[in-house]
Design a protein around this ligand. Structure first.
Ligand SMILES: [Zn+2]
Length: 169
């Protein structure tokens, strides 16, 4: 399999591209995946010069966002200036609030739609029950203005959960 971002021939894993159509994703290599949620090494991303012309919108979005992060590099700035996205794709790429800084108790990036497991018993304020340690919470959503908060459904109730008490499944 070829990584659409860096052209590496390697097994790929699925990266959910937030901020656009529900469930939109792109299959990318482990290095790209790691650097997207961590610290990008500019030299790894030279392949964006061709990736940004992909016909796949999720690839375009990831390429545009990464070029922006790397825009201290002259070459990335040049590519950004050449990049053309249609209006819808541009809006998606700009919707970076959705690029998550929410991290679980192990520092793993959380995305909306993830399943997490509670790592301790949590009394639910106003809910009159305790969400038990080990409970799986499916399809979480991220609280946009607070990176320590996610929302999920436990025992039929939508509750806010602190990210430090969950582990991504
Ligand atoms: Zn890659």
């Amino acid at each position: 399999m070829t990584c659409p971002l860096c052209s590496a021939e390697t097994p790929l894993s699925t990266y959910l591209v937030e901020g656009g159509p529900q469930g939109a994703s792109v299959d990318i290599c482990a290095i790209c995946l790691e650097q997207i949620s961590g610290e990008p090494q500019p030299n790894h991303w030279r392949g964006l010069a061709s990736a940004m012309w992909s016909e796949e919108a999720p690839v375009q979005v990831v390429a545009a966002r990464m070029l922006k992060r790397l825009s201290a590099e002259g070459w990335a700035q040049d590519l950004l200036e050449q990049l053309y996205l249609d209006e819808e794709t541009q809006a998606w790429a700009d919707n970076v609030a959705a690029e998550s800084d929410h991290k679980d108790s192990n520092g793993v990036t959380l995305n909306s739609g993830d399943t997490v497991v509670l790592i301790k018993d949590l009394p639910v304020k106003g809910g009159g029950f305790t969400a038990k340690r080990g409970t799986a919470v499916r399809g979480i959503s991220l609280v946009q203005d607070n990176v320590e908060h996610i929302e999920g459904r436990v025992e039929g109730q939508r509750i806010v959960i602190l990210t430090q008490y969950v582990k991504k499944k």
